[in-house]
Design a protein around this ligand. Sequence first.
Ligand code: GLN
Length: 544
Amino acid sequence: MPRFIFCTGGVVSSVGKGVTAASIGRILKARGLKVMIQKLDPYLNVDPGTMSPYQHGEVFVTVDGAETDLDLGHYERFIDENLNSVCNVTTGQIYNEVIAKERRGDYLGGTIQVIPHITNEIKRRVYEVGKSQDVDIVIVEVGGTVGDIEGQPFFETLRQMRSELGRKNTMFVHVTFLPYIGATGELKTKPTQHSVRELRSIGIQPHVIIARSDHEVSDEIAHKIALFCDVDVEAVIPLVTTDNLYKVPLMLEEANLGDYIMRYFGLEQVEPDLGEWRRIVKKMRNNADSVKIAIVGKYVELHDAYMSVKEALAHATIPTDHRLEIEWVYSGDLEKGKGFEKLENVDGIVVPGGFGYRGIEGKIQAARYARENNIPYLGLCLGMQVMCIEFARNVLDMEDANSTEFETPTDHPVIDLMLDQRGITNMGGTMRLGVYPCVLTPGTKAARAYGVDRVDERHRHRFEFNNAFREDFLKGGMVFSGLSPDEQLVEIAELKAHPFMVGSQFHPEFQSRPTRPHPLFLDFIKSSIAFSKTRKKVPLKQEV
Ligand code: GLN
């Protein structure tokens, strides 16, 4: 049976509980332990797949095709493990399951209640994560903050697990926030004390308090928290806001949290191996030259919507000795002829994934700008589709070329609904999701980037390249550098006569790790660095 670390939050949300949980995972992995991380989300949606990015930020896709919370992206990047669908549990999933059982008659006439039926189903899923033989530690993060009505069944479940497994096998880590009062220049511990009181009222006493703060936390404050919240003073871990989230494991290590957890669980103390992590953080900070990449999207005021893309770009700059600078470009502006001056000053352009027509014409303009001016371009899912639409319209003279997601009918539906998506009316979890194989075409930019014949990549889409147009595209100079093994599905497209214009139907950003940048991102960044050295400001050739 693995040990469980339950990560709860108090005072306010959005203080980086996900990154903290991921960082605890990293410092334990550095001690040779196998770690898995799970997120419990108290909302009623079955998964975030149907939620607007304004509500939820990015939807992270696991290998087995679950649409999950973006914190799972942090977990995977920090602990370098592939997580799966059981690693994100929502209230919606729990109720769905319990009510379906009730309708089947599985409860033999019993009255179905939050305790024990809902809590048992939550518990079953928490235990499930630790089932595989080799897992030493399961970290479970509860979304939201203690005191939220919808979170109660989750906290109650963890309380029960603590009784079942005993103190030696369970640890509660509570992440709080210390507000700063400008007038007196002090940090306040009272909200932390109140949130711990709230936890205690449901029967949970935390063992570690991570005190997030925008200012240095004095020993005096740490002692005060220890005293009022009844935790060891060495288990009060100040965590001051940092500009680089990859520093967080090093900050926790510095505060001796790793040793504390090992001692608590009675595990043998070992010297943590964080050497590679330290090198990465140092390089991210010290690289003097920067490479400037535009992300052209419709949620650019909301960077969380492109979390994995942003991180994958940053990872790729590490081995190239550059610092990443992102230029956020709103595609809606490009449609109105605005914002092109931003593109004039970038070394590469990324068009990430997306849904719906808003901003599409601007993304098509961005693809055209990249093609005509030889600016490296990386298209991710929708970004690959707009690259094809642009090529059809402006190179192959198919003026009305479009995706049937945006326009039906069109004489040139170069992107069309996948066959097995036809007739689907239920929107939740029905896209082409998760890992599928892709066979690379030798001699192409994509094959060179990967350096292998076949790859597995994660997908989340309903539309695909329309094979009726393959011949025309090939004649025009497009290369299909990645196909499904039966050759029926275009997985990667690229332009022959361009330094780097590559689009993938899948999402390579989900597989990038700081320790292992994704090959397509890496070659894109390398091309962007090469382009930056010869950058000429070529005016846009098109009428907008
Ligand atoms: N909307 C497109 C599709 O469904 C692209 C999806 C995406 O970018 N993830 O195929």
